[in-house]
Design a binder for this molecule. Structure first.
Ligand code: PXL
Length: 256
């Protein structure tokens, strides 16, 4: 059985974070281990608090996971702060397990999920280590100074990621405009688009976490990057379509 290590935060509402990651890995038939970086208190409306785990405990979880069961791929989601980001980077030094880096910086409701020094560590140590980086519009803007809106800015943002040491970036289009949601994979200097009709649903909580984990499952299973992205993209579209409709805000996805 293929093995995934997820390094991410807990979402008490079960929609995003570790909880979404575990459901996704289960559906893909991949065994998931976890290193929890923070415990968030949230419902479908907002994040009420973010409670980081100590960097030593985050590191120890990663060491325990890699030392025994091992991993065919790693997914990083929410890191919380610079000390945790540094501990994670230290823990991953010295192995070359494929890493999907979801650049979680802000919750949809605007709560910071990574501090400013943490963003520096993300740029210096984790982006260069990643097999794939998956920014959404606001994260792309925070990391490169521009959202990937329109071909010109998309190309410029890709160049900034290249300067940061990334070779493969999936620019997620969910925050863009129009009736089509376009995710664009920039890989080996080529652009590949993944289009889907925009679904009129408020139940999109955890789409970013789910997509990155689904891609990591594909890499663990030996799919080439574009194929892993394509399968994950289809999975998220279906997960939005089959969302159970829970909660008064942005509710969780369906994971069947
Ligand atoms: O979707 C970003 C995200 C990631 N991880 C955790 C979260 C959130 C958003 O709320 O809570 C734990």
């Amino acid at each position: 059985m293929k093995r995934l290590l997820v390094i991410a935060g807990s979402d008490s509402s079960g929609g995003a974070g570790i909880q979404a990651d575990l459901k996704t890995a289960q559906t893909f038939g991949v065994y998931a281990q976890t290193a929890i970086t923070a415990v968030t208190v949230q419902d479908t409306h907002k994040v009420y608090s973010v409670n980081p785990v100590s960097p030593q405990v985050v590191r120890a979880q990663i060491d325990a996971a890699l030392g025994d069961i091992g991993a065919d791929a790693i997914k990083i989601g929410m890191l919380g702060n610079a000390a945790i980001a540094a501990a994670v980077a230290d823990a991953l030094d010295g192995n070359d397990i494929p890493l999907v880096l979801d650049t979680v910086i802000l919750s949809s409701s605007g709560m910071p999920l990574l501090d400013d020094e943490g963003i520096v560590i993300l740029k210096k140590r984790l982006i260069p280590r990643a097999a794939l980086v998956t920014p959404n519009f606001p994260e792309c803007e925070a990391l490169t100074g521009m959202p990937p809106a329109g071909e010109h800015r998309l190309r410029n943002a890709a160049m900034v990621f290249k300067l940061l040491g990334a070779g493969h970036v999936l620019f997620k289009g969910g925050h863009g405009e129009g009736n089509t949601v376009r995710d664009v994979l920039w890989s080996n200097d080529d652009f590949t688009s993944f289009d889907a009709p925009r679904q009129d649903s408020r139940h999109t909580h955890g789409t970013g976490c789910t997509l990155a984990t689904a891609i990591a499952c594909g890499l663990a299973q030996g799919y080439a990057l574009p194929d892993a992205v394509s399968r994950a993209h289809a999975y998220v579209q279906n997960a939005i379509r089959t969302a159970p409709g829970l909660g008064g805000g942005s509710g969780p996805l369906g994971h069947d």
